[in-house]
Design a protein around this ligand. Structure first.
Ligand code: HEM
Ligand code: HEM
Length: 125
């Protein structure tokens, strides 16, 4: 397993724990409602998407029968996805403002786009 897969799967599990804790506190009214989109994206960009990244980096080259040529770029992609999400979550939850949120949301978008390009290269390259 390449480091990108391992890091993606590990952080997916950690996001799942953190997101579920935030969901619980949100439901109990111990966290304000600004944490609702934070919770939703911790689950969907954190748990679900990172789990998909981790499995896809491992499985797709094998389905295609090729060697994955860009493990370093994949690791960078996973780090960027985590950084972007962390910033989005804190900006949403703590109300850090649209500019901070927008900067990190842009990083998340770049990370997502990079994943798409890497996987398209595996599928068609
Ligand atoms: C222990 C587990 C969880 C708890 C305690 C929890 C709790 C909550 C709470 C309290 C809300 C706010 C509901 C409201 O609007 O009043 C919420 C929203 C949401 N949760 Fe969770 N949740 C959990 C797991 C998950 C999981 C596993 C996912 C997805 C993989 C998820 C996705 C979402 C989404 C997308 C929303 C926003 C829904 C909307 O826009 O109306 N949650 N959750
Ligand atoms: C770059 C990535 C993403 C950005 C910048 C983004 C941005 C946003 C924004 C601004 C909202 C409205 C939040 C609000 O109610 O104030 C939202 C809601 C939502 N997004 Fe995303 N999103 C991203 C990725 C995703 C992904 C990958 C999923 C699902 C797999 C997703 C599912 C949802 C859902 C279910 C809601 C409604 C949840 C709620 O209102 O709390 N998003 N998103």
């Amino acid at each position: 397993m390449i480091p990108a897969s391992r890091l993606a799967l590990t952080t997916a599990l950690l996001w799942f724990l953190a997101a579920s804790l935030v969901g619980l506190l949100l439901g109990l009214g111990l966290l304000p409602y600004t944490w609702r989109p934070a919770h939703a994206h911790m689950q969907l960009l954190g748990f679900v998407s990172l789990m998909i990244y981790g499995v896809a980096y491992h499985a797709l080259p094998r389905f295609r029968g090729v060697v994955f040529r860009r493990p370093g770029l994949a690791l960078f992609q996973v780090l960027l996805a985590n950084l972007g999400l962390l910033g989005m979550v804190l900006a949403w939850g703590l109300g850090l403002g649209i500019h901070v949120w927008g900067f990190f949301a842009f990083l998340s978008l770049v990370a997502g786009s990079l994943f798409v390009l890497l996987m398209l290269e595996v599928l068609w390259g």
